[in-house]
Ligand binder design. Structure first.
Ligand SMILES: [Cu+2]
Length: 205
């Protein structure tokens, strides 16, 4: 079962081994996992836009994707708001608002064994949040292209969603009965959850 939509965008490619200053800057991005190493000789093939977007606007808080919303910094998932899916159509549905604050809610509870559809209300898209990727389903949605909902997903165990660069993370908790959810327990579990990608991405944090 996969999401038959856009796949993760290609990572930006950058590198420099023989120019210390640039290498120093680029190195931090490489360490954050957002880039793929290429030979310095090939660097000329990158456009100025690639470099600009990769290195940020110089404001210091930018980076290629802009600042990570506070609630999502370091791979954290805000747990204050949890949405329990509702039964509708052929299964169950939940909706997530996407804007500069990230995902609201970032935590959804769905019922095991009932097909689930997740909709995204693209309130404000930016270079970070326009792509929502579902690692466990190996697919994603390009919200900027109007792909605003997943197909019905077979639900068997917890899964996650994230922005294309793994800075914003959301969590879908699977329970046996959505009419009896222990929200405190879900909150506790998700608060302790560490995304595999470590909340890295090209922007660090
Ligand atoms: Cu991002």
């Amino acid at each position: 079962m996969s999401v038959p939509a856009e796949s993760r965008p290609p990572r930006k490619v950058l590198v420099v081994d023989d120019e210390p200053k640039i290498a120093e800057v680029v190195g931090s991005y490489l360490r954050a996992g957002g880039f793929t190493r290429i030979a310095a000789a090939d660097l000329k093939q990158l456009s100025p836009d690639d470099l600009t977007s990769a290195l940020g606007s110089g404001s210091g808080s930018g980076g290629c994707c802009g600042p990570t919303p506070a609630g999502f910094a370091g791979g954290k998932i805000p747990v204050q708001t949890i949405q329990v899916a509702r039964f509708a159509g052929e299964g169950q549905e939940a909706e997530v608002v996407v804007n500069d604050q990230g995902y609201t809610p970032a935590v959804i509870v769905v019922q095991k064994g009932v097909k689930a559809k997740i909709r995204f209300a693209a309130e404000k898209l930016n270079s970070c949040n326009y792509l929502v990727y579902f690692p466990e389903y190996q697919g994603g949605l390009d919200l900027s292209k109007g792909r605003l909902e997943t197909p019905y997903l077979e639900v068997s165990e917890d899964f996650t969603f994230e922005c294309g660069m793994s800075m914003l993370h959301g969590y879908v908790k699977v329970v046996d009965d959505i009419t009896r959810v222990d929200l405190a327990a879900v909150r506790k579990q998700v608060a302790a959850f560490k995304p595999a990608a470590g909340g890295g991405g090209c922007c660090g944090q």
